[in-house]
Design a protein around this ligand. Structure first.
Ligand SMILES: [Mg+2]
Length: 138
């Protein structure tokens, strides 16, 4: 359940005094419903995905990382499409804020606190609604 990861992230941020947390977002099967057609970008949001991403966009303490296997020219199209919906990302497939340090070596696997990816158990149909409920309680 993604809300568990988000709650842990918020709790750790509070306990440790983190000023920023890092959230990674997959596109297909997570934010947008896949078209399964090459060269056709997805445009249909899962329920509540747009609302949650717009809320998160306003929170500058949450660094948003696009985590996708889309081709570079598709990534450009997605960034434009998301921006048209007031959804913005700080990084793509990387996190320049956290590199080497006390925590580890982040050149191959970038640092994140929350991962939203259908390949990692995220359910686009239901999880956005759960996140929305959680964010409204904070
Ligand atoms: Mg996916």
């Amino acid at each position: 359940m993604i809300t568990r990861a988000i709650k842990i992230c918020f709790r750790l941020a509070k306990e440790k005094g983190w000023t920023k947390t890092y959230w990674a977002f997959d596109i297909h099967g997570t934010i947008l419903k896949p078209t399964f057609q090459k060269g056709v970008i997805s445009t249909e949001f899962y329920p509540n995905a747009k609302e949650v991403m717009q809320l998160l966009a306003k929170d500058k303490s949450i660094v948003k990382i696009l985590y996708t296997c889309s081709y570079p020219h598709e990534i450009e199209e997605y960034i434009t499409y998301f921006a048209e919906h007031d959804i913005h990302f700080d990084y793509v497939n990387s996190n320049a804020d956290v590199t080497d340090g006390g925590y580890g070596y982040y050149h191959d696997k970038f640092y994140f606190n929350v991962l939203m990816d259908d390949k990692a158990g995220f359910d686009g149909e239901t999880d956005w609604g759960e996140i929305l409920k959680l964010l409204k309680t904070i």
